[in-house]
Design a protein around this ligand. Structure first.
Ligand code: ATP
Length: 215
């Protein structure tokens, strides 16, 4: 008998914002996820170094998680002293939770770039993929992603309960046009970030003078 599925959302979270949180809350409700695990990465393999330290990004993710029932923070990538590859994280989680279906959440931008991910074809051997709509990224799939969807997409949330891994579910979440890049630019321009991220995270940013305008 399998346990209820859990959600996993990895990211740089520099900082965490409503574009991460709303799709996660909506997937949690739509799929009946027992838990939503937020996993901040340490050394993102595909991008420039984050603006904030790993500890600061972790602190902001913990503040956001504390406001959402079922949300927990998983520090494994921050504690791992090497590049954060999703495949390594999923293999570790699969070993730790052998009877739990794992649902790895990502935005449409990430699905479109999936063939560039390290050992991407193996991801579905360990988890399902739950993909959120994201304005600016249309479902014009590259051939490899289209083939993957043809084989593994499901419309039935129960498939994510009945199987440990291997299905792709496309969410019809409220699209939110926000990126951390945009939010950092707004903060660097001295603007008020209210309603774009949790109040506790906005307070942390103000207290620690993160992403501030250069004098
Ligand atoms: P940056 O602008 O710094 O690149 P980001 O806002 O894209 O950051 P990440 O931490 O890189 O955020 O994203 C983590 C995950 O959250 C990715 O799977 C990404 O697709 C997803 N995500 C981020 N913003 C949104 C959004 N507005 N809507 C849906 N998914 C999102």
């Amino acid at each position: 008998m399998l346990k209820a599925p859990i959600g996993i959302l990895g990211g740089t979270f520099d900082p965490i914002h409503i574009g991460h949180l709303r799709p996660a809350i909506e997937a949690q409700a739509a799929l009946g996820l027992a838990e939503m695990r937020l996993i901040p990465n340490h050394i993102p393999p595909h991008r420039a170094s984050p603006f904030c330290s790993s500890e600061q990004r972790l602190a902001m993710v913990a503040l956001a998680a504390a406001e959402n029932p079922g949300f927990v923070v998983d520090e494994r990538e921050i504690r791992r002293d090497k590049a954060s590859y999703t495949i390594d994280t999923l293999i570790e989680l699969r070993q730790a939770l052998p009877d739990t279906p794992l649902c790895f959440l990502m935005g449409m931008d990430s699905l479109l770039s999936l063939p560039g991910w390290h050992r991407w074809r193996e991801l579905l051997d360990h988890a399902h993929l739950v993909v959120s709509l994201r304005p600016g990224w249309q479902p014009d799939y590259p051939a490899e992603v289209a083939e993957l969807l043809a084989r593994q997409q499901t419309q039935d949330p129960q498939d994510l309960h009945r199987h440990r891994h291997g299905h792709i579910w496309l969410s019809d979440n409220l699209p939110i046009e926000l990126s951390a890049t945009r939010l950092r630019a707004l903060l660097a321009a001295g603007q008020d970030p209210r309603y774009l991220l949790p109040v506790s995270v906005a307070d942390y940013i103000a207290q620690h003078r993160l992403y501030q305008p250069t004098p």
